[in-house]
Design a protein around this ligand. Structure first.
Ligand code: GLA
Length: 369
């Protein structure tokens, strides 16, 4: 037998708007960043699977195809192995050596885990000729993360890592995974999207996420609707009066955020960046005060960005740490970064890191032999 090999890449993401609504069938508007994870997968003649990382050489992991079982194995290796497990019955017949080169910043809320999962899924799909669509791969990688890794995430991060296109944000309908590319070319308008990694990670991350998700499910059940997608803000405000106060306010975030996503698309199409900025601010307020998934570091980053001229700013991702984004004029960016750094230093917070990225291409096969 000739040994086959594939190299596949998948990017991390930032979410422009549409936070904590992917698991409520909402619309979201993320884009892929330029930082990618590269997976090199070499087929073996036996059923052994090895996983190694360019960044953490000491952490290689060895198992076998028939031994894969949810919630087993070391934490970091669960991500690639979970994807092999989720795709195993589709036609993976042999073991493999997996080498991961991860260039998406870890722990920054930029979806390094989705990038890892999607690089593996894209590679396996090509290596074993599985013929799966990007929508299939999104559902399979989400399944891997939910069941094998044990994280109850939605489907946004995997979808955008797989389906994004250069130059555009991806309007994703999380109900049926249909998409529309929304051009996001802000440089000609003198603007830039600053990504601020607060370097904060609060312990609430896991439990807090699951609890918010459960609240939305409870609101749906008690209102007797199919999902928070299927109720207008006005109807929710009316019907929601019967709900417990906490459940009501969580659901209110979801229904208002869904509207903000569609309003942002309209504002982008009209090149009305002042309005885009307002919508980012409203999203942050809702996440901070209603959904309560922000944290002091994220709020400080947002406030410091706004006080140095940002058109809008908000936390992104699951919350309780990670990154914020600020839509800003290019000439304000350096001053904004130093104001944010100084504000963090004054509170003795860890120094923030700054990134910027143009909307980049989704997952693809780099080479195959
Ligand atoms: C995390 C999850 C996503 C999504 C966001 C919040 O990134 O992985 O599915 O729920 O949080 O929008």
């Amino acid at each position: 037998m000739s040994i086959r090999k594939v190299v596949a890449q998948a990017p991390g993401r930032v979410n422009l708007i549409g936070e904590h609504i992917d698991y409520s069938d909402g619309f979201v508007l993320p884009f892929a960043i330029a930082n990618v994870t590269t997976a090199t997968i070499t087929e073996r003649e036996d059923s052994i699977i090895t996983v190694a990382s360019v960044q953490r050489k000491s952490l290689s992991y060895k198992t076998a195809l028939e031994k894969l079982a949810p919630l087993t194995g070391e934490d970091w290796a669960r991500y690639p192995l979970g994807v092999v497990w989720a795709m195993k019955d589709l036609g993976i017949t042999r073991g493999m050596d997996i080498l991961i080169d991860g260039k998406v910043p870890l722990g920054a809320g930029l979806s390094s885990s989705a990038a890892l999962e999607c690089s593996i899924a894209t590679g396996l799909n090509a290596l074993f000729n599985l013929g799966r669509t990007k929508e299939d791969l999104a559902r399979l990688t989400q399944r891997a993360e939910n069941l094998y890794v044990g994280v109850p995430c939605g489907i946004m991060d995997q979808s955008v890592s797989l389906m994004a296109h250069e130059g555009s944000a991806l309007l994703l309908d999380c109900r049926d995974l249909s998409t529309r590319n929304i051009p996001f070319d802000i440089a000609p308008h003198g603007l830039e999207l600053l990504i601020i990694d607060t370097q904060a990670h609060h312990a609430l991350v896991d439990g807090g996420y699951a609890e918010r998700r459960a609240s939305c499910e409870k609101a749906v059940a008690e209102l007797g609707i199919t999902s928070l997608r299927d109720i207008s803000v006005a109807d929710y405000e009316q019907a929601g009066k019967s709900l417990d106060a906490t459940i009501y306010i969580r659901g209110l975030h979801a229904v208002t955020e869904m509207k903000r996503v569609l309003d942002t698309v309209a504002a982008l199409e009209a090149a009305d960046f002042t309005r885009v900025g307002q919508l980012l601010n409203e999203s942050h307020r809702s996440l901070r005060d209603d959904y309560t998934v922000s944290c002091p570091e994220l709020n400080l980053a947002v406030d410091a960005a706004l006080s140095t001229g940002a058109l809008g700013a908000r936390m992104v991702g699951g919350g309780f740490g990670g990154s914020a984004i600020a839509l800003a004029r290019v000439e304000d960016i350096e001053m904004m970064k130093s104001a944010i750094s100084q504000a963090f230093a004054a509170k003795s917070y860890r120094a923030p890191r700054f990134f910027t990225s143009l909307p980049s291409e989704g997952a693809h096969v780099v080479s195959q032999m």
